[in-house]
Structure formats: C-alpha cells, structure tokens
Ligand binder design. Structure first.
Ligand code: ADP
Ligand code: MG
Length: 575
C-alpha cells in the first residue's frame, strides 16, 4: 500500500495544476496507525465535496469488544464515534482556506435519534471505518497542494486521534451510550413479554422546545404514569424503572384541547427509534413496527385493496384494486392502514388532528340522513376491534372529540394538564349510566389476500456519453425530509411522519435506485420481496450494498422497512 509519504510526494507533483489533477490522489494510504482512502474526488472546488474514509484497526482504536458485540451496542458505539468525529472535524474545518468548499471537513451530524449510518461501520473485529467529506483546497481552480497536505496529513490524523482512538474520556462516553442502548433494548425485549405496545418511563420529557425543534421543552412537566397502568422493568444499568405500559389492544387518548394528547402520541411514534441521553425520550419505547397513520389527500395510491373501508365508489371504481394519482382524505387513510399491515405493523397510531373525520367515525344522525347505500365508507371505528381481535394489530388513537371510540377501547387515558390518568373504569360507568349506544362492528372483516406486485415506471438511466446500462447513471436527488427523486419519478415524503432524518430520505432514494437497477420494480415482485432483498443486501455487505459507485460514503441513515414500503407506495412517475 502507498504511504503518507507517497501522498505528500503526489501532492507536491500536482501543486498549482488544474483542479482535476486531484483525481490522481484516489486510492488508499497507510498513514501509520490508520488507513486514509480518497474514494471520490470532486470535479471542482465548488462542487459537492470529495468523499474520504479512514479505517482504524482494532488494536489502534482500542474500544473493548463489549461495546460492539451486539447489534444495538454496535449502532450506539458507531453513533458516538460519528458525533465525536463530527465535533473534531468542525474544530478544524476551514482551517485551511481557498475557493469554494476548500478546507471543509465534515461528517454526519446526527439529531437526537440513534440510527445506523453509513458514516461509520464498526466491524465484528472492532475495525472502525469512518466516512467523511472534504473540500480539497484550491486557489481559484488550481490545486493548493500545501493546504491539502496540511489537511490530509495533519488535520485529518488529528481528528482520528481525538475521535476514534479510545482514551479514558472516549471510553466513558461510549460506555454510557452503550449502557443506555442496553437499557433501551431491554425495554424493547420486555414489551413483547409484558404484552405492551409501548412503555413511557416516569420522568420522561415528551414535549419539544418548539414545533420545529428536536430539543426537549425546558420546564416541561415530566411524565408520571397512572398507578393502574404502571409497570416496573428491571433494566440492566438503570435498575428498576417504572413507567406507563400501554397494553396491546385498543387504547384511547382523550382530554381537552392543549392538554398534551398529541405530544404523547408523537413521543410514541418517535419511540420506534432510540434516542440519545438528555433527549427526554430515552425510555419512551414503542413496538418497532408501529406505524403512524394519517390522512394524506393528494397522494398517489397504487393498486391497494381498500375494500375493508371503502366500498363502491361513485364512479364505479373497484376498491379491491384501487389506484389514483390524487387520493381523498379518507381513501388515503384507508390505503395507509392496508399498506401498514402489508409492511408488518403490529400497531397503528392515529391522531384525530391529522385524520379524515369521515374515515374515523360516522354518527347516527348522518347515517339517518345519508343512508348506507350512498356512503361507501365503513369507518375505522367499526373495524378497529376486528383489526385487533382477528389480525392482532393494536391501535393507539387520540380522540378528543368523538365518544364513538369509547365502546371499542380496552383502555382510556385522559391527558389532563399534561398528566396522564387512567379513566377506563369511569368511561365504562358513564357509558352504562347514559346507556350510550355501542358502536356497531361492521360485518365482513377480511384482510386483503392478494399478493400485490410493485411496478414502478419512469426510472430511466440517463444516457451520458453514449454509454448505457449501469445503475450509476440513474439520477438521484434528495430534498431533506420533503421529497426525493430517482430517474424520472419522485416520492413526496413530507407526511411520512416517522421518517425523522434527512439521511434516511437519502437512503430511501438509494434503495429505490438500487431496486430499479436490479430490475426489482418491474411488476414481478411484491413490496415485501423487494424490501427483504434490499435489507438482506445491506446485512450482508454493509453500506456499500446500497451505494452508487460500490464505495459507500457518509450521508445515509437506515430507514425502517415500514418507511421503505411507504416510499414505494407513494411513487409518482414524473418523466
Ligand atoms: P392536544 O393534542 O391535547 O391539544 P398538545 O399535545 O398539542 O395538546 O400540547 C399542547 C401544548 O402543550 C404544546 O405546545 C406542547 O408543547 C405543550 N406540552 C405538552 N406536554 C407538555 C408537558 N408535559 N409539559 C409542558 N408542556 C407540554
Ligand atoms: Mg392534538
């Protein structure tokens, strides 16, 4: 392998040459203690930065094996290493200057969720790969070799030393993160044993500082469980920890406006992910398959069997095979339920604030005015019991305005000034005293049996320079948490609420590109097959499996299979 001295020599030989001369640096260099790889070199100083990686052998890094000997620990350690490297890099970023992005050094900057990310992979033997980006320095458009030498031979090794080599401080930080991950995993494991959909630890801080902030709200009322719903889980590090256990079945969250209902549901939907210490939701843990459902009028729907909720449509369309480029509130939410079941959701989370009212409930007076034969919708409230009893799918529903859900609920939580109360018994009494009508259970509960195949049009490789074929030329664009496009189609993910990190959107885009390139989207495969194939690839080969040029770069975070299903289901051909 070439060495740091070769790198210095090569740099000297391209001093003041045109920027493309930097391409000659591509390759790996033994830096004494670690390997530096220059994987992808930017075309000019103003283009997207170059992709680099360092590989630190286990004996140099020195993190003890118990910090990465289980999947959840490995992800926690990787997350710590990314955050440390990002911090070290930010201290030296732009230390060397120049035109455009000259001098930039950065890697992923994770939010409060702890996600597997392409920025770091710790191998089974403890070898650390850390991927980052660098703006190779230039004066105008000419190589600044001296600045580059400082960057690659001085600043980068400093970041490696500070972030990736285990000293007492690093060990303490990593140990704390891994201990927390152990506790979180213990809660996840216990959910199944205790028959719970979710656990909300006492003392958790659920609200965020603002509507657009992920930080905890200062001065918030800490969560306290109602005694009747309290469970205590003996965590490996924190010890006995009490909190509210939401049992499988149908749970209702009611309460006056502004009393914290949506905040609780939001914490539950985010509880499919682990959060870092200090977030406030570290021990709010939800069944990892739970899907937040909402109305998404305007979304496309492809060949979904929504007949469970929607019968004959006015235009005579068959709802066993429902497709549209412009769903209504109710049809979008019906498709959402069916798609969530297909994606393996064991729990559904629904907030009336973001639901289509006519999908959720239907009152007697309306029934009397618009008779059944003119109304194609079987409301959710009439199906939710069967979803649980026949399909084993639990549901947590925020319903502050309609009493129709009382008679189908197993448990009712009232949020009162941000305090949770178990009012299940009181609701039973009130319903009995008032002789409230029971919500009927709709007849004919049957889940879709048909294997639905995914056919996606519009992903065309861009033919450049007369060459065709390889997936490398399928154009991918990502717009944060809003949208991504691949070839001639795109997916609007703004209302896919459990997509929480922009790097997950990027990963979804790469997934779809990858699936298209492998011919998985030709109509012969079910969504389940496609998703399983893509996750098997990443399990076997790591992040390079989803990457465009075979070399992984930083910038991808693992989405859940549920969000990949959601993306495939929302595809819109634009080209
Ligand atoms: P609801 O859905 O019941 O109308 P929200 O959940 O939207 O109410 O909460 C209303 C407001 O109260 C939000 O601004 C939220 O940040 C704040 N809030 C929620 N929970 C707490 C809490 N535990 N302590 C302080 N403020 C809270
Ligand atoms: Mg609300």
């Amino acid at each position: 392998m070439k060495t740091d001295r070769d790198l210095a020599r090569q740099l000297a030989s391209i001093e003041r040459r045109g920027y493309p001369a930097y391409k000659s640096l591509r390759g790996s260099y033994d830096m004494g203690g670690f390997t530096l790889s220059i994987d992808h070199v930017q075309g000019d100083p103003f283009a997207a930065p170059s992709q680099l990686s360092v590989v630190v052998p286990a004996r140099t890094a020195g993190f003890p094996r118990p910090l990465f000997d289980a999947p959840h620990r490995k992800v926690a350690l990787e997350d710590v290493l990314i955050r440390r490297f990002a911090q070290a890099a930010s201290r030296v970023s732009f230390k060397v200057g120049g035109s455009g992005k000259s001098g930039l050094l950065a890697t992923s900057r994770p939010g409060p969720e702890v996600l597997a990310r392409s920025a770091c992979e710790v191998s089974r033997d403890g070898l650390i790969t850390l991927r980052f980006e660098a703006g190779l320095p230039a004066h105008g458009r000419t190589v600044d070799a001296r600045a580059c030498e400082r960057m690659l031979l001085d600043l980068v090794p400093r970041c490696v030393d500070e972030a990736l080599v285990c000293d007492d401080r690093a060990l303490a930080v990593a140990q704390r993160a891994v201990d927390l991950a152990d506790d979180q995993q213990a809660v996840r494991d216990e959910l199944g044993r205790l028959g719970l959909v979710a656990f909300v630890a006492d003392g958790s801080v659920l609200p965020r500082a603002t509507g657009v902030s992920a930080k905890p709200l200062k001065g918030a009322r800490p969560f306290a469980s109602p005694a009747s719903m309290r469970v205590t889980i003996d965590l490996p590090h924190r010890g006995p920890t009490s909190g509210m256990g939401i049992a499988r079945g149908i749970t209702l969250i009611v309460g006056g406006g502004y009393h914290g209902k949506s905040t609780l549901l939001r914490a539950l939907q985010d509880g499919v992910y682990n959060h870092v210490a200090g977030d406030g939701r570290e021990l709010v843990i939800t069944d990892a398959t739970a899907v937040k459902l909402r109305a998404e009028d305007g979304r496309p729907v492809h060949d979904a069997d929504i007949s469970l909720f929607i019968g004959d449509l006015p235009d005579g369309r068959d709802t066993h095979r429902f497709s549209t480029e412009d769903a209504s509130g109710s049809t979008s939410q019906a498709a959402g339920v069916i798609e969530a079941l297909e994606a393996g959701a064991r729990a559904l989370l629904v907030d009336e604030d973001t639901s289509a009212t006519n999908f959720m409930v239907r009152d007697a007076l309306m029934e009397a005015v618009v008779s059944g034969e003119h109304e194609p919708i079987t409301p959710f409230v009439e199906r939710v019991r069967d979803l649980w009893e026949q399909a084993g799918v639990s549901c947590v529903i925020v319903a502050g305005s309609s009493g129709a859900f009382f008679s189908v609920a197993d448990a009712v939580i009232q949020m009162d000034r941000y305090e949770a109360h178990d009012i299940t018994e009181r609701v039973r009494r009130v319903c009995a005293d008032l002789q409230a009508p029971q919500t009927p259970r709709a007849v004919g509960f049957a889940l879709p049996q048909r294997e639905r195949r995914v056919r996606i049009f519009g992903i065309k490789p861009q033919v450049r320079g007369g060459r065709r074929g390889s997936d490398a030329r399928i154009k991918v664009r990502v717009r944060g948490l809003d949208e991504f496009s691949v070839g001639g189609g795109s997916v609007d993910v703004r209302l896919v609420e459990q997509l929480v990190d922009e790097e997950q959107t990027s990963a979804l885009a790469q997934c779809v590109r990858c699936a298209a390139a492998r011919g998985l989207l030709d109509g012969a495969h079910t969504a389940g097959d496609i998703v399983a194939t893509l996750y098997a690839m990443i399990d076997e080969r790591g992040w390079s499996a989803w990457s465009e040029h075979g070399d992984a770069s930083c910038g991808l975070a693992l989405p859940r299979p549920q969000e990949l299903f959601a993306a495939l289901n929302r595809w819109r051909a634009t080209g």
